[in-house]
Design a protein. Structure first.
Length: 139
């Protein structure tokens, strides 16, 4: 939502002044959907990163991640709906048994997009789970 003024009564958001303190050196967030996120074991989530690009470099620079999960089909099963945030630290696995397990456990459409297994597994040790309002579910 813009601020009052300008053509049509609303001005576009203006990211100047104090907001310029946000720079890539301080943080390099990456927001992207992951179709292969899974519960790997009781304390870890995992996904297959097939694109590579900047995502893996960002994880090496700053392994802190938040996975946002939403499943409207599960709303009746959970009192506040199936909307959670999983906070943790990621580790990129480019070889080994756990990497192979993540690939094999991916849904077929994800594996089909990387049949030569050129991607990497990303393993996230979950440190905290909250609901959308920030209420701690587990820590």
């Amino acid at each position: 939502m813009g601020r009052p003024g300008g053509a049509g009564g609303i001005m576009a958001i203006d990211m100047t002044g104090d907001m310029r303190v946000i720079d890539r050196a301080a943080a390099s967030p990456q927001i992207s959907p992951k179709g292969s996120v899974m519960v790997f074991d009781a304390g870890r989530l995992a996904y297959w990163e097939r694109a590579g690009r900047t995502a893996l470099a960002n994880l090496h620079d700053n392994p802190k991640v938040v996975i946002y999960y939403r499943n409207p089909a599960k709303t009746e099963q959970f009192p506040n709906g199936a909307v959670w945030r999983f906070y943790g630290k990621a580790e990129v696995l480019t070889e080994g048994a756990e990497r192979d397990q993540v690939y094999e456990r991916c849904i077929p459409p994800e594996r089909d997009k990387d049949p030569d297994k050129k991607g990497a597994a990303v393993m996230i040790r979950v440190e905290r789970i909250t609901d959308l309002g920030g209420n701690i579910i587990q820590e």
